[in-house]
Design a protein. Structure first.
Length: 174
């Protein structure tokens, strides 16, 4: 009787684990099939690589010590990506001085596969689409002339805009 109850308990536990494991949602690919295809066709693509590193904007609620620690963690993640890509044709376009957990790279199909294998370090890889600057529109809007007259020139400041609405809409549509 005890043996039968033990067998039933083990069977129930295994069945529960199988159901839980089978019910997990599939992880989203870090690199879209379209981006892989484009890299195969063109030889290389320009991508924005989002890194899994703690991030709070500077200046902000961070103390100087926390900001330094954040930059070190971002730099370590960037270094790991660079090291993983060694031996694979790639070009680092921008690393944002370690102030943002992202990098802009030019990589081929092999580079995209390597980036995709870095899940846990890399959280997302998207096509980088540089936009032309429209100073005629933006300068008056942000009062650039008045700011420059006060002596501010943006030295030491990095600004990055990452729009995730396209990815969110794609996930909702699926």
């Amino acid at each position: 009787m005890i043996r039968r109850a033990g067998s039933t308990l083990i069977f129930s536990a295994l069945l529960t684990l199988a159901l839980v494991a089978g019910g997990r949602t599939q992880e989203w690919p870090l690199v879209t099939a379209e981006l892989h295809a484009k890299a195969s066709q063109q030889g290389a693509v320009r991508v924005l690589v989002q890194l899994d590193a703690p991030f709070l904007p500077e200046p902000g609620p961070l103390t100087p010590e926390h900001a330094d620690a954040q930059r070190r963690e971002i730099a370590a993640a960037q270094s790991l990506v660079r090291a993983s890509l060694s031996g694979i044709t790639h070009h680092v376009i921008r690393e944002f001085d370690g102030s943002v957990p992202a990098m802009t790279l030019s990589v081929g199909a092999d580079g995209l596969r390597m980036l995709e294998s870095l899940r846990g370090v890399v959280t997302r890889v998207v096509a980088d689409r540089p936009r032309g600057r429209l100073l005629v529109e933006s300068s008056p809007r942000i009062q650039a002339s008045q700011t420059a007259a006060l002596g501010y020139d943006g030295t030491g400041t990095v600004i990055i805009v990452m729009d995730s609405s396209t990815l969110a809409r794609a996930r909702i549509a699926r």
